[in-house]
Design a protein around this ligand. Structure first.
Ligand SMILES: CC(C)(COP(=O)([O-])OP(=O)([O-])OC[C@H]1O[C@@H](n2cnc3c(N)ncnc32)[C@H](O)[C@@H]1OP(=O)([O-])[O-])[C@@H](O)C(=O)NCCC(=O)NCCSC(=O)C[C@@](C)(O)CC(=O)[O-]
Length: 283
């Protein structure tokens, strides 16, 4: 048996948040249920952000209420502030995520705060989650390049990772938000980040704008990372990251992991069914 690598499914959140068509909650619920059947163990399916900023995620509470919860699956939600955290708890999210940026330009465009201000907003969220025993995941966006500021220094990424670690994040996901990272740049970024957090607590989050996401995953595997975010059907794009294409497709990551001799534990037939649903949901 090969070594285990986990795919963290972000399709119902990162994948759908940017779709122009208002997707009915029932369609999202059916997709999440199919992903649960495919064997995914963590599925991000909600985002308690301002509905004025991201209208597509306004149905997050309805989605969490409507899914069929599979044993052992964690249904995750983004929570940028205490208002989002309280809403996520009321809706029954199993874990929450705070999401920062390594670049000032994206931080301002995405959450209307400087990096420092955003960390100050996240601190009470992490504290409240830790006090309630709710796992908190951290995201760092723009780990190699920012659509507003250009190239991002590896040390800037490492600083935000350290701050999220100190708040008690059990894992930090490193986002190549606009999918422009080359394997060389990703490797240099990881070298800096690994001085702050061990590979076992890091995840790779690659968008596939330049068709290099799978190569970047291989680089990260070489650095010891064993968790990768992906979106079924290659859904996605961030509303505040112009030019960003979809997340790397879950089924493509699973196929590459198998080819490399890793175990992912997913049912490829059911995953293909979910990918078909995801493609049909696209505008
Ligand atoms: C963070 C804020 C809220 C700050 O937005 P703000 O305007 O600075 O905040 P505010 O506190 O002044 O509130 C403004 C309004 O939003 C409301 N509000 C405030 N908070 C909430 C909340 N939690 N839920 C619902 N409503 C909320 C609040 O009540 C108020 O309503 P009004 O009085 O105008 O009617 C805003 O900028 C926002 O919602 N941004 C959305 C960011 C987002 O969702 N981006 C996409 C996800 S991140 C991503 O995709 C990247 C990632 C994670 O995948 C990794 C990668 O690929 O890099």
């Amino acid at each position: 048996m090969g070594e285990r690598v986990e795919i963290f499914e972000v399709g119902p959140r990162d994948g759908l948040q940017n779709e122009a068509r208002e997707i009915p909650a029932a369609e999202k619920i059916a997709l999440v249920d199919c992903l649960s059947r495919a064997g995914l163990r963590r599925i991000e399916c909600a985002s308690f952000v301002s509905p004025k900023w991201v209208p597509q995620m306004a149905s997050s509470g309805e989605v969490l209420a409507g899914i069929t919860r599979a044993d052992g699956v964690s249904y995750a939600a983004l929570t940028p502030n205490m208002k989002g955290f309280e809403a996520a708890m009321a809706a029954g999210a199993d874990e929450v995520a705070i999401f920062g940026s390594a670049s000032e330009g994206f931080s301002r465009a995405n959450i209307n705060a400087s990096i420092q201000e955003s960390l100050a907003r996240f601190a009470p969220v992490a504290e409240a989650a830790n006090a309630r025993g709710v796992p908190v995941r951290g995201y760092v966006s723009c780990v190699v390049e920012c659509p507003y500021d250009g190239a991002v220094a590896p040390e800037a990424v490492a600083r935000v990772v350290a701050a999220l670690r100190d708040m008690g994040c059990y894992e930090v996901s490193l986002g190549d938000t606009i999918g422009r990272g080359t394997p060389e740049a990703v490797d240099a970024m990881l070298a800096a980040v690994l001085s702050e957090m061990p590979a076992a607590r890091l995840a790779g989050h690659f968008h596939d704008t330049s068709g290099q996401a799978l190569d970047n995953i291989e680089v990260a595997l070489g650095r010891g990372l064993r968790v990768f975010d992906a979106a079924v059907g290659g859904l996605g794009g961030c509303p505040y990251a112009p030019g960003a294409a979809g997340n790397v497709a879950t089924e493509a990551v699973a196929a590459r992991l198998s080819a490399l001799g890793y175990e992912h534990g997913l049912d490829m037939g059911v995953l293909e069914e979910a990918a078909g649903m995801a493609r049909a949901m696209r505008g």
